[in-house]
Design a protein around this ligand. Structure first.
Ligand code: SF4
Ligand SMILES: [Mg+2]
Length: 441
């Protein structure tokens, strides 16, 4: 049972949920003591926990902010939280990660990245040399010859020195302690107080899986680490680099004059829409499908409409299909995809294939109008198809442009002058963009 004076940051009367003798209990008590020592406002503390037994800590610390994250990703979440607080909010938050050796292995690059950034996060690695919660499997921090459920004859590999990795990642505060060290409270509080990234690896016992399979007691942990060639104690405490948010502030300020102001589009034309219209444009990569959709979107904005654009293409950017979904609406749009299309424009074989692949025929209604190049055949019956010689009159590279211009001219969702203005800006005199015959369509 915790004494009341030690419960400042912990749930009053919290009972540790861990197995008897588990090192996690000590680590959390020492963390609580460190917070008490620093006398931090509980609202200025955020605990970010990982998956694993150590992740049960959230329920034990009810006075501070807690975030329970996905396996290995806690340091990534903490980095975002710390940066957001420094740049956008109070700049007071102390963000502390509680992660096991398994999680630190899974999310090693998050730790490396946070250290490289020198973000103000403290990572406490509760290292009991195995995945405790899932049954005692080997992790990368399992020492050589250590017996686990997946290394019944002893681990064949040496363990990863996470402190050395932190050092190589330019971390400013690095310590390796054991869960029963008398000065653990002091070391954790120093780490939390450190301005920039800090890491404290705490060696401890998993009494459920570790001590049952190995001749291991708490007083053997230091020797074990030394045999692995791992340094002990406070290995580094040198705040030589500016903490990330300070650097961010200086860097952003020094480039302030270079940041281009956002382009605002002021409506200067009018629209006729009473409800949202969804327009799907499908063609080939390199044939201006997505830039045509962007032009359509900009023209609609110029008419005072709300707009979304969603693009799709294969990973090979320059080949295969290219497809855009544009919604133009007199009111707010809550979802960027076209659920039921008003117009489906298909200008090439690739585009037609993709319409079938994405089952667009299931995202239409009785009134959907298909604008299709006349070289293509849509086998599905009962559709409202307008077949036009788009590729012939506009060229393959402007077939999508011609089709969109046609929709605006014929169905007038908004004033044609809006798209005409943009087309002229891009291609020159409107009447000369396409072949003469196009304008008679
Ligand atoms: S399984 Fe191991 S790590 Fe988990 S609570 Fe029990 S002793 Fe602790
Ligand atoms: Mg573990």
């Amino acid at each position: 049972m915790n004494t009341p004076e030690l419960c400042t940051y912990m749930t009053h009367g919290a009972v540790m949920p861990f197995c008897k003798g588990c090192g996690h209990s000590n680590i959390l008590k020492k963390l609580n003591d460190a917070l008490v020592k620093l006398n931090l406002n509980p609202h200025d503390v955020c605990l970010v926990t990982d998956i694993g037994c150590i992740g049960l800590a959230d329920a034990l610390f009810d006075k501070v902010h807690t975030v329970h994250t996905t396996h290995g990703r806690s340091t990534g979440f903490a980095t975002g939280i710390a940066v957001a607080d420094k740049v956008l909010a109070s700049d007071k938050l102390k963000t502390i990660v509680l992660i096991g050796d398994g999680g630190s292995m899974i999310g090693l690059l998050h730790i490396v990245n946070a250290a490289l950034m020198n973000v103000d996060v403290t990572v406490i690695v509760a290292n009991n040399f195995l995945f405790g919660m899932t049954g005692g499997q080997t992790s990368s921090l399992t020492p050589e010859h250590f017996n686990t459920v997946t290394s019944p004859f002893g681990s064949m590999n040496p363990s990863l020195d996470i402190c050395q990795i932190a050092d190589a990642s330019k971390a400013g505060f690095i310590a390796r302690k054991t869960a029963t060290d008398k000065d653990l409270t002091d070391v954790i509080s120093e780490a939390i107080d450190f301005s920039g990234f800090s890491i404290v690896e705490v060696l401890e016992l998993c009494t459920e899986h570790g001590t049952k399979r190995n001749d291991l007691k708490g007083n053997m942990l230091l020797k074990m680490a030394e045999e692995e060639g791992h340094k002990i104690g406070v290995i580094k405490n040198s705040p030589v680099r500016p903490e990330f948010s300070k650097k961010y502030e200086t860097d952003v300020n020094s480039h302030k004059g270079e940041i281009k102001p956002l382009k605002y589009i002021n409506p200067k034309f009018v629209h006729n829409l009473k409800k949202p219209n969804g327009i799907i444009i499908s063609g080939s990569a390199g044939e201006r499908v997505q830039s045509t959709a962007a032009m359509l979107a900009e023209a609609a904005l110029m008419c005072g409409l709300e707009v979304t654009q969603k693009n799709d293409n294969p990973v090979t950017q320059g080949s295969g299909f290219s497809l855009s979904e544009v919604i133009i609406s007199p009111g707010e749009i809550n979802y960027t995809g076209v659920a039921s299309a008003d117009y489906v424009i298909v200008v090439s074989e690739n585009g037609l294939r993709e319409i079938k692949n994405q089952d667009i025929f299931n995202r239409i209604n009785d009134k959907t109008i298909f604008i299709v190049d006349d070289s293509l055949t849509i086998e599905k019956k009962g559709l409202n198809v307008i077949s036009l010689p788009l590729r012939k009159y506009c060229g393959g590279d402007k077939a999508a442009v011609g089709a969109v211009d046609y929709v605006i001219r014929k169905f007038e969702p908004f004033q044609h002058n809006a798209i005409k203005l943009l087309l002229e800006k891009r291609f020159g005199e409107y009447e000369k963009i396409f072949k003469e015959e196009y304008y008679k369509l």
